[in-house]
Design a protein around this ligand. Structure first.
Ligand SMILES: *Cc1c(COP(=O)(O)O)cnc(C)c1O
Length: 408
């Protein structure tokens, strides 16, 4: 019989979103006329910007004509997109076009990256956290089993809560890989340059690598908040950055992202010799990936054009206004709210000390609103709750009305 990868058996049953769906369905069955508004899963709601649609139409026509048809493209992405990314997102940061690897999304890359790292690395994640970082490490065999709290042996969990202002503490032990995500999903919080500088210094002095997820970079509104880890001195020799067109340009269904791997970045082999991480990732992509479709890359490049930039700015501003309405509505009810200023997520402290799931049930029952229990993102998320601002304005306004009616 074929042996399976037994590490998969350590995974907690894909618990969070199926459990939400189960409870919502049960509620809907019992209350057929209730108008449920879903503010749980972080998926965009608005259509692709016109500039992107136009560019994709043109590209599809090119693919339909013998003279302009394209077959396999470079596994790393077309030069036109890699250059647009460097000029549009990394100007002045010392990143070269051949350090950018275009992909079908940053969820995929943040999981696939473990292909090039050895077993036995010590891994730090924040708690709560984007579940992909945890589960991909479980699959790769980097953890032991989960304990009763749902925490895996072998991972270093760095709590981020109101008590530490959602800033993870620098470890007092050795770690080799560090996952950081800013602006953060699920908490919607950000960190300043000083905090990232400390992480870069830790990584450099311990030979660790920071895996920096900047999928929500476009939502940063406040001055002085870094958009990229490469704004931090020294980061080029200790950090990989993941970015995505999903949340800013509405590509969750269209699929395009990219990963930046500076050539300076080194890992170590079994003999203690330094090895280029860039070369390994290039080899991995060239072997296991055949590039993103040409029309999608053409669409992504249009995100950097004049019209594309303006349309994306409008889209981001729209979601941020939703977040602001949610935040203000909740705050007017005396609820403590975090995030929602530089991110499309509002992270709230459940009123009256309710557990995350108690608040979920209460909210569903009384207001017919669906959010995400904070405890689903990690033990330290207990007592918190996430609301997503990815929704229509009408739904957001209706949600705020219902919250006020119920919680006042
Ligand atoms: C949505 C999201 C992404 C983007 O994933 P894609 O695969 O590019 O759609 C990456 N990281 C986090 C934390 C996210 O929430």
């Amino acid at each position: 019989m074929a042996q399976i990868n037994h590490h998969f058996q350590k995974l907690k049953a894909g618990y969070l979103f199926p459990e939400i769906a189960r409870r919502v369905n049960a509620f809907a069955d019992a209350h057929a006329d209730a108008e449920v508004i879903k503010m749980g899963i972080g998926d965009v709601t608005e259509p692709l910007p016109a500039a992107i649609v136009q560019a994709m139409h043109v590209a599809v026509d090119e693919m339909g004509s013998r003279d302009t048809f394209r077959g396999y493209g470079p596994e790393q992405g077309y030069e036109f997109l890699r250059t647009a990314i460097v000029e549009g997102s990394y100007a002045g940061m010392g990143i070269a076009a051949d350090e950018v690897f275009v992909s079908d999304g940053s969820k995929c890359d943040s999981g696939n990256i473990l292909d090039i790292f050895g077993i036995g690395n010590r891994i730090a994640i924040t708690d709560p956290v984007y579940p992909v970082y945890v589960d991909t490490n479980v699959m790769a065999g980097n953890t032991g089993d989960a304990n009763a709290q749902g925490k895996y042996d072998g991972l270093l969990y760095l709590p981020v809560t109101e008590e530490n202002n959602f800033v993870p503490e620098i470890p007092d032990q050795e770690v080799d890989l560090i996952y950081l995500c800013y602006p953060n999903n699920p908490t919607g919080t950000v960190v300043g340059k000083e905090v990232l500088q400390q992480w870069v210094e830790y990584a450099r002095s311990h030979g660790a690598i920071i895996l920096y997820d900047a999928a929500y970079e476009a939502f940063i509104t406040e001055e002085g908040i870094p958009h990229s880890i490469y704004e931090i001195e020294g980061a080029h020799s200790c950090a990989i950055e993941f970015r995505s067109f999903s949340k800013n340009a509405g590509f969750t269904g269209t699929r395009c992202g990219f990963t930046v791997v500076p050539k300076q970045l080194m890992g170590i082999d079994d003999a203690g010799k330094e090895v280029s991480i860039h070369a390994l990732w290039n080899r991995r992509q060239a072997t296991k990936f055949n590039g993103v479709s040409y029309p999608v890359q053409a669409g992504a490049a249009a995100a950097y054009g004049q019209q594309g930039k303006a349309e994306i700015a409008e889209l981001v501003a729209f979601y941020l206004k939703n977040a602001q309405l949610l935040k203000q509505g909740l705050e007017s009810l005396g609820i403590r709210v975090f995030g929602g200023v530089n991110a499309p997520y509002v992270w709230l402290k459940t009123p009256g000390g309710a557990s995350s799931w108690e608040f979920f049930d209460l909210l569903l029952e009384k207001t017919h609103l669906v959010g995400t229990p904070g405890s689903g993102f990690g033990a330290a998320g207990e007592g918190y709750f996430r609301l997503s601002a990815f929704n229509s304005r009408a739904n957001i306004e209706e949600s705020v009305e219902r919250l006020k009616k119920f919680l006042q």
